[in-house]
Design a protein around this ligand. Structure first.
Ligand code: NAP
Length: 277
């Protein structure tokens, strides 16, 4: 088997980014970065399943409906899912694949994550386990459930199939942020990037696996830390500002689409230059 090629590489370039007819699944897709990923995928033509955990079900349904209404009524549906549970993730991916894609799935974004600024010396065992349970294990269960669908599709089609799995990692996989103390978070994101590279090799017959590593993005996650640190962070970013979550959606569409057909095992850092000095 080979990495399934682009179906029509000589077509005009904007067509490479189209997700028309594709079915996508985004964990943590009802707020923050995940919400903008869902918007971007829908705007590019995909039917999108978004998951939520603590968001109220009515709010999640409304969010899905709003994205759909803004995009010609294209199907967007919200599903409750705790990514810490492999059974939950498997069941929700199966249901969404049936309900949105008539049994087919093309794009899966493992985006759900948590952050915490407790100093390592005081870190409780159950909190440390939970950090990895959401950020690493949850992403693995999501990717594994997707890979099972992708592999089945490849076998049923009897020809190369190439799904796209995208992990939301972080610059914290590459550097150690200051002044916040977040060793478990940093380690979880570093694990995620190497997990992505490893799966990219193992699943090359039916999936591409890539990471996006954002820097400082304006979401509720930044509020895990004291507001006074914002000025210090801004000084450390060559771009001298934080990023709006919507500024990331183009990169997700790129990795989800045929525009990145030969790209697998990569980690795209989007950080206003923060990792450079
Ligand atoms: N903001 C940044 O500066 C930044 C930088 C680098 C990387 N990231 C990464 O980007 C991703 C999204 O973060 P964000 O900034 O958008 O933060 P956020 O606004 O806090 O969103 C976190 C998302 O994760 C979901 N989630 C949390 N625990 C979950 C669980 N057990 N099961 C299922 N879903 C769960 C939440 O769903 P509910 O709301 O329904 O609970 C929410 O949608 C995370 O992986 C984060 O580590 C963020």
């Amino acid at each position: 088997m080979v990495l399934a090629p682009h179906p029509n590489p000589d077509a005009p370039v904007l067509s490479h980014f189209s997700l028309a007819g594709k079915t996508a699944f985004v964990t943590g897709g009802c707020r923050g970065i995940g919400l903008e990923i869902a918007r971007g995928l829908s705007e590019a033509g995909a039917k999108v399943a978004v998951t939520y955990s603590s968001t109220a079900p009515e709010a999640a349904d409304q969010i899905a409906q709003n994205i759909s209404l803004a995009n010609e009524g294209r199907l967007v549906k919200a599903y409750k899912c705790d990514v810490r549970s492999p059974a939950d993730v498997e069941a929700v991916i199966q249901t969404a694949t049936q309900e949105l894609g008539n049994g087919r799935l093309d794009i899966v974004v493992a985006n759900a994550g948590i952050a915490d600024g407790t100093p390592a010396i005081d870190y409780a065992a159950d909190k440390f386990r939970d950090m990895f349970d959401v950020n690493v294990n949850g992403a693995f269960w999501t990717a594994q459930a997707a890979a099972r669908v992708f592999e089945r599709q490849m076998k049923e089609d009897g020809k190369p199939f190439r799904g796209s799995i995208i992990f939301t990692a972080s610059v914290s996989a590459t550097l150690v942020n200051i002044p916040q103390k977040q060793a478990p978070y940093n380690a979880s994101k570093a694990a995620l990037v190497h997990l992505g590279k490893s799966l990219a090799v193992e699943w090359v017959d039916f999936a591409r696996v890539n990471c996006i590593s954002p820097g400082f993005i304006e979401t509720e996650m930044l509020d895990t830390h004291p507001r006074e640190w914002r000025a210090q962070w801004t000084e450390m970013i060559p771009g001298r500002r934080f990023c709006f979550a919507s500024e990331l959606k183009g990169a997700y569409v790129f990795l989800a689409s045929d525009a990145s057909s030969y790209m697998t095992g990569s980690d795209i850092i989007i950080d206003g230059g923060y990792c450079l000095p």
